[in-house]
Design a binder for this molecule. Structure first.
Ligand code: C2E
Ligand code: CA
Ligand code: CA
Length: 538
């Protein structure tokens, strides 16, 4: 199994990722919570309205029955007497209005005079009495019976007499039943009179302190109020686990961000690129590539420029532009260049050594010339190699300003004393100024691709190349043109007096094995002659 230790970067990335993911997921959770709340509120309010609509409906039926009864005997003469006809009429009215349990005649102070049922009149106690201004002269009494039952009594004037007729509705019929209890939304419902007397309740009231939602609706006509309370945990949205959805989404986002953060650092630059380069150097991942330099008069191979490549363990090849600047700023360039020279000695040393006319160039960062020790290092490296010091060219780029002119000048002279040639690279692109560069006493100038590209199309460039070539010849310097990509450029350069060139038109930088094959193919005789010379005489 692939196990990978968490680095500090991993942890920071995960923390930042979790923070970034946390904000939207908290917002999502908040939004979800708000939605659940809004939905619950709507449910509770609508349950309260349904409960009060039931009250209105049932008491409405009772009030209508009383109206009909009063209409039967406008004077209430026979009814008021509570005779047999009256009782029959009351029973009819009672029968026609389902919620009515009993119809009675009462005195103005509420005392029951007679009833259509045989319920004892002294069995009851009036708990509260309220007149209903919006119910056409009706009065609503709450009556408690001795057997613990309770009823709501509606009474009204009966004709011209002082007595009133009344309809009694059991309070249980005024409470929501199936509508609330059978639904998944099981709430607590409480009905009370307009002045707050308890009429009845249904369901289990939420505990004190329990998180709950509540709503109250009241009847305009009968003054009763219905209050619904429901524990938040019983809300349908809560019960189907809406909040779980929020949690799952949050967890999923965190998981994705976590995985992402864990993978990200693998693709990023290593957290300490210098340490990574040091390791790569130790593991031999910096390898030389060779770009042939061709004599454009004879077509012969004049040598090659060594260009470093970072061949990573996964096979990817990294171009120097991405790591040389860091190698230079960290000072690692020195060890890297030494290592590269040693590798070239091992890999191409025999092939180059046997062909003394070939030159091998190395790019030397400016700082390498600021330290005279480099002279000994170069001498030691090539002392044990078939490559002669006279075959070695060290390129100093004009791109970067020369920092320590005197030192550089001295080192160059010492290197030249070993037989090494010095080339000024990228001539025409830097800010040091040509005269300054020339004062360094180099042996070769390398004309940058920029001028080579413009030859034949831009008059100025052509003139610059012409001038450089003249100057170089006057100073007995060699000229190499770089980045030559087509044969027209070759022709122009030849006409301008340039002798050596390198570029894709001949070959790109080649890995060692290809470069060695190329040498063998171009110059096999030299090898044969060499081998003949080495063979002991028969
Ligand atoms: P440079 O010394 O000017 O090398 C020439 C660059 O031009 C190389 O790029 C080469 O591949 C590219 N080139 C050659 N012919 C053509 C062509 O016909 N067309 C085009 N478009 N490009 C061509 P590379 O290998 O990427 O190297 C880039 C630079 O990195 C080099 O520029 C040099 O300054 C630096 N470098 C390479 N190896 C080393 C090294 O070992 N030490 C130091 N200090 N710098 C190095
Ligand atoms: Ca170069
Ligand atoms: Ca160059």
């Amino acid at each position: 199994m692939f196990v990978r230790a968490f680095t500090r970067w991993n942890l920071i990335a995960i923390a930042v990722g979790a923070l970034l993911a946390g904000v939207p997921s908290i917002a999502f959770d908040f939004w979800l919570g708000g939605m659940v709340d809004r939905q619950g509120r709507v449910e509770v309010e609508s349950a309260a309205h349904r409960a009060i609509a039931l009250v209105d409906f049932r008491l409405g039926q009772a009030a209508a029955a009383l109206d009909r009864l009063a209409a039967e005997d406008p004077k209430a003469s026979s009814l008021g007497a509570c005779g047999p006809d009256a009782v029959a009429a009351m029973r009819r009215a009672d029968f026609l209005a389902p919620p009515i349990k009993e119809i009675t005649f009462v005195s103005p102070d509420g005392v029951t005079l007679c009833s259509d049922r045989s319920i004892p009149a002294d069995d009851r106690k009036i708990v509260s009495s309220e007149t209903l201004p919006l119910a056409g002269g009706l009065t609503l009494d709450l009556i408690q019976f001795a057997d613990a039952g309770s009823m709501v009594r509606l009474r009204r004037m009966a004709g011209a007499g002082p007595n009133q007729m009344a309809a009694l509705v059991p309070t249980s019929l005024l409470l929501p039943q199936a509508t609330i209890q059978d639904s998944p939304f099981s709430a607590y419902a409480r009905v009370s009179t307009g002045s707050g007397f308890f009429v009845g309740d249904v369901g289990r009231p939420p505990a004190v302190g329990e998180d709950q939602l509540s709503a109250t609706a009241s009847s305009d006509r009968f003054g009763l109020q219905a209050t619904i309370r429901v524990p938040r945990a019983m809300l349908p949205a809560e019960r189907i686990g809406f909040r779980w959805i929020g949690l799952v989404v949050t967890a999923a986002i965190l998981l994705i961000v976590g995985i992402f953060a864990w993978l990200m650092p693998r693709r990023r630059l290593p957290h300490d690129p210098i340490a990574e380069m040091e390791r790569a150097l130790k593991d031999g991942e910096f390898v030389p590539y060779y770009q042939p330099v061709v004599d454009i008069r004879s077509g012969q191979l004049r040598g090659a420029e060594v260009l470093v490549r970072w061949r990573k363990s996964d096979g990817t090849l990294v171009l120097p532009g991405t790591f040389i600047p860091l190698a230079e700023s960290s000072g690692l360039i020195r060890a890297m260049t030494r290592d590269l020279m040693r590798r070239v000695c091992v890999e191409a040393g025999p092939a180059i050594g046997r062909r003394p006319a070939l030159k091998i160039s190395f790019n030397f960062a400016g700082q390498l010339f600021s330290d005279e020790n480099i002279v000994n290092e170069v001498r030691n490296i090539f002392a044990r190699s078939p490559i002669k010091l006279s075959q070695v060219v060290l390129e100093l780029t004009e791109r970067d300003p020369v920092e320590n002119f005197t030192e550089t000048r001295r080192t160059i002279a010492a290197l030249q004393g070993l037989g090494v040639c010095i080339a000024i690279d990228d001539v025409g692109t830097g800010h040091s100024g040509l005269s300054c560069m020339l004062k360094l006493g180099a042996d070769i100038i390398k004309i940058d691709k920029m001028f080579v590209d413009a030859i034949g199309t831009d008059r100025n460039s052509t003139t610059i190349v012409e001038t450089l070539v003249d100057l170089a010849h006057n100073l007995r310097m060699d000229v190499v043109a770089e980045g030559v990509e087509n044969f027209e450029q070759v022709t122009h350069l030849r006409e301008l007096g340039v002798r050596s060139a390198q570029g894709y038109v001949f070959a790109p930088p080649l890995p060692g094995s290809s470069f060695l094959k190329l040498i063998e193919a171009i110059d096999p005789l030299a090898v044969a002659a060499d081998e003949a010379a080495e063979r002991p005489a028969a």
